[in-house]
Design a protein around this ligand. Structure first.
Ligand SMILES: OC[C@@H]1[C@@H](O)[C@H](O)[C@@H](O)c2[nH]c(CCc3ccccc3)c[n+]21
Length: 448
């Protein structure tokens, strides 16, 4: 019998979502278009022609969804604000109806004893700013800081946990280098510029927060630890390139004031000489780091793969993600321990962790059984605890996701929710994984 595990007494157990994936009604009440309302309206961009026009109808069901979180005993809820609900043109006049929606949500969360954790940007750039170059226009650092200031002024104090960006790597790799995500560019020269401007915008928003904010602000990055497929020098070098490109491209400039050297090797002539003062802006001190962990990658050299010259070696036990994300809980422990070794003892929150498996239809007993997700969740939570035992200052965990939702270009078919959503009726049904998670929260992990 393994000894019961305990998490720190005030460990923050919660769940995470994002605006475009759950809200629906993206253009309601004066909201402007985003790059995702445009992408979804472009044939072939999202599987099955799915869109965020309705999604989980959270824009109208937010009170019911907060009650659902309360029923699960959640201590926190990580959500994102749609920039174009607040500033329909991305800059300029504030849309008070947009403010009102998030104000109702925040107040309802607080009334139910749930900590609101607000992400300023989770991929849904206002279309009006994309028309002005979007993340390719250096002015976006000011546009983003001005947007952030509006929300800081309205909500700081009720919101005590702020995140500037969700996953700058995905925004860049998906939206500007390989193109499966909005705005769908595929350009070696644009990707470094977009990525750098994301980090500049992050720094500009943190700088504003230091002027007027009184609580905590951080950045959320996706980390996918890289392991060499062999001890061949070519595979070792490929693994270093992959780690530099996906993981250190964001953490090194924020915490060490420079990019990893491998990026110049990867991008060559497409890698600019960055102005030194940009790193003073990017390197604003943070109160915490948010890490999203799903899987690892086993890397080998592959000359033909553009532009990294790396291939991932497919592993055995995988989730049902389209590229078969391996279930590898040890990678979560390794990621957290390695962050502390490389960047120091900053408080850490796991801001996303979850899995998608085909959920069998409702069993005769009316319960939604998801044994694979239950198994995955248990293993990841044990891995989380192992990191705490190795000295990581881990403060909280947000399971991805509260609800089945729009998995971006993969549509609704990839279900990550611990709560099932019937997208015809909008009925929410907690899965076995939600019942397990409720027990974990109630026992602070002792039930594991
Ligand atoms: O794919 C599941 C979730 C998304 O639904 C979230 O919006 C997003 O924050 C998120 N990030 C990751 C890991 C990073 C990643 C995303 C897409 C493709 C490859 C890696 C997984 N997820």
């Amino acid at each position: 019998m393994s000894k019961p595990i305990h998490f720190p007494p005030d460990f923050l157990w919660g769940s995470a979502t994002s605006a475009y994936q759950i809200e629906g009604a993206p253009l309601a009440d004066g909201a402007g278009h985003s790059i995702w309302t445009r992408f979804a309206a472009t044939p072939g961009k999202i599987a099955n022609g799915d869109t965020g026009d309705i999604a989980c109808d959270h824009y109208h069901r937010w009170r019911e969804d907060v009650a659902l979180m309360r029923s699960l005993g959640l201590k926190a809820y990580r959500f994102s604000v749609s920039w174009s609900r607040i500033l329909p043109q991305g800059t300029g006049a504030v849309n008070e109806a947009g403010i009102a929606f998030y104000e109702k949500l925040i107040d309802e969360l607080l009334a139910n004893g749930i900590e609101p954790m607000l992400t300023l940007y989770h991929w849904d750039l206002p279309a009006a700013l994309d028309d002005r170059g979007g993340w390719l226009n250096p002015a976006i650092a000011d546009w983003f800081a001005d947007y952030a200031r509006v929300l800081f002024e309205r909500f700081d104090g009720r919101v005590c946990f702020w995140t500037t960006l969700n996953e700058p790597w995905v925004v860049t790799d998906g939206g500007y280098l390989h193109g499966p995500l909005a705005p769908g560019h595929r350009n070696l020269y644009e990707a470094p510029i977009a990525s750098h401007n994301l980090l500049r915008a992050h720094g500009a928003a943190v700088k504003v927060y230091r002027e007027i904010g009184k609580h905590r602000i951080g950045l959320v990055v996706n980390i996918e630890p890289k392991y060499p497929a062999s001890d061949e020098p070519q595979d070792i070098a490929a693994t270093r390139r992959a780690d530099a490109y996906m993981n250190r491209q964001y953490l090194d400039p924020v915490f060490h004031g420079h990019y990893p050297a491998e990026l110049k090797e990867i991008f060559g002539a497409a890698w600019p000489d960055w102005p030194r003062e940009d790193f003073d802006l990017i390197g604003q001190k943070l109160d915490y780091i948010g890490i999203n962990y799903y899987t690892r990658s086993v890397c080998r050299h592959e000359e033909t793969n553009w532009p990294l010259k790396v291939a991932a070696v497919r592993q055995t036990q995988s989730t049902h993600m389209e590229t078969g994300w391996e279930v590898f809980p040890q990678g979560l422990t390794d990621t957290l321990v390695e962050f502390r070794r490389r960047y120091g003892d900053l408080p850490v929150y796991v801001m996303e962790n979850g899995s998608t498996f085909y959920d069998p239809p409702n069993a005769e007993d009316g319960q939604m059984h998801d044994p694979l997700r239950v198994d995955c969740l248990k293993k990841n939570l044990h891995a989380l605890h192992a990191a705490i035992e190795q000295g990581v200052d881990l403060r909280g965990y947000m399971v991805w996701s509260l609800l089945d939702n729009l998995e971006w270009s993969l549509g609704f078919a990839k279900r990550f929710g611990i709560v099932h959503v019937n997208f015809e009726t909008q009925q929410r049904t907690p899965k076995d994984s939600a019942l397990l998670y409720a027990q974990v929260v109630a026992s602070n992990g002792a039930c594991l």
